[in-house]
Design a protein around this ligand. Structure first.
Ligand code: NAD
Ligand code: TYD
Length: 339
């Protein structure tokens, strides 16, 4: 089978490529990535010469380029990871989020219809459900929870999901959608909470916690997310949404304190800064459906996953050093300079 993986030079897409090369060595994988600030070719360097892997630099909004690729490769499956993914950036510049996340998705689905792919999988997020109150720990997101977005990022992802369901109903495109909670692990871009805190702590720089640090996220080790998508591709029902999450809710402040502990750094580095606009309070996934239908269960416990992740950043400075010394510096100054 030939599988197109968009956004494969980013965090989860690259982990998915490595996962699939290992789990299904008989498949041919084609990574389509625009290489935005978040895409890193160095992540894929070790597999560039593999005969069953091909990298193609392209924008998923570029209809001509996408159709040409489908014409040439005749893919069986498309997994769409490509997206603008950072909430804080979406607050600054929403338009690029609408472009890539909605228009790009429509182009990928049009190509998938035209060339008759057997499965189009849309990688979505739990953020489309909005947030849950902190004082109702009994509430969780199920697949029936209404879409109720907060940020331009989550709104653009919800727009893509609605479009995907419309393509299923209107054109019969064999669509599946997964909505996962926050991921962590190797190759996570340093603008996001966990890698940002690890790298800042390593440099003894302030650790900027938004608001009071009491917002809750439901963290999942990235490999568990990859495994869930693989199960959906092979056994999921078309036209269905699957929530993915491992019941691992943590407050931001507790994550940052844990990272300090792992690195032997003082908690005095923690600095409370102005809150994010519209900041979602709590995400929490109910993964009953994917567990019951596909037997999925997370394998990596947080205590073990965070240790592995911290170790990975310690061992792979050659990966993140070029990133934080480039345009990331300007971004950091803009976001955190006067916060
Ligand atoms: P990321 O920002 O690390 O990577 C995104 C990748 O997409 C990059 O390689 C980038 O170059 C590429 N890209 C961006 N715009 C493109 C375009 N127009 N054409 C082609 N490629 C383009 O993102 P991530 O964290 O790996 O997230 C991947 C997907 O998973 C996204 O759809 C995101 O919404 C979803 N998701 C992420 C999380 C999380 O915790 N990170 C959780 C749930 C769902
Ligand atoms: P993030 O990694 O951006 O993921 P998301 O907003 O998609 O959940 O942020 C995770 C949480 O950490 C979120 O509640 C915002 C918070 N946060 C900080 O407190 N400080 C930071 O510097 C960043 C990047 C995030």
């Amino acid at each position: 089978m030939t599988i197109i993986i968009t956004g494969g030079a980013g965090f989860i897409g690259s982990n998915f490529i490595y996962y699939m090369l290992n789990a299904h060595p008989e498949d041919r994988l084609l990574c389509v990535d625009k290489l935005t600030y978040a895409g890193n070719l160095s992540t894929l360097a070790p597999i560039m010469d593999k005969p069953n892997f091909r990298f193609c630099k392209a924008d998923i909004c570029d209809r001509e380029a996408v159709y040409a690729l489908f014409e040439e490769e005749k893919p069986d499956i498309v997994v769409n990871f490509a997206a603008e993914s950072h909430v804080d950036r979406s607050i600054e510049t929403p338009d690029i989020f609408l472009q890539t996340n909605i228009i790009g998705t429509s182009v990928m689905m049009d190509a998938s219809r035209k060339y008759g792919v057997k499965r189009y999988h849309q990688v979505s997020t739990d953020e489309v459900y909005g947030d849950l109150p902190l004082d109702r720990p009994d509430l969780f997101f199920t697949e029936e929870t209404p879409i109720h977005t907060s940020s331009p990022y989550s709104s653009s992802k919800a727009g893509a999901d609605l479009l995907a369901m419309a393509y299923y109903r209107t054109y019969g495109l064999p669509v599946t959608i997964s909505r996962c909670s926050n991921n962590y692990g190797p190759y996570h871009f340093p603008e996001k909470l966990i890698p940002l805190m690890i790298i800042n702590a390593l440099h003894d720089k302030p650790l900027p916690v938004y608001g009071e640090g009491i917002n809750v996220r439901d963290w999942l080790y990235v490999e568990d997310h990859c495994k869930a998508i693989d199960l959906i591709l092979h056994g999921g029902r078309v036209g269905e949404v699957y929530n993915i999450g491992g019941h691992n809710e943590m407050r931001n402040i507790d994550i940052v304190k844990l990272i300090c502990k792992e690195l032997g750094k003082p908690e005095s580095l923690i600095t409370f800064v102005t809150d994010r606009k519209g900041h979602d309070m709590r995400y929490a996934i109910d993964p009953t459906k994917i567990h019951n239908e596909l037997g999925w269960l997370p394998e990596t416990r947080f205590a073990e996953g965070i240790k592995k992740t911290v170790r990975w950043y310690l061992d792979n400075e050659a990966w993140w050093q070029p990133i934080i010394s480039g345009e990331y510096m300007d971004y950091y100054e803009k976001m955190y300079g006067n916060r």
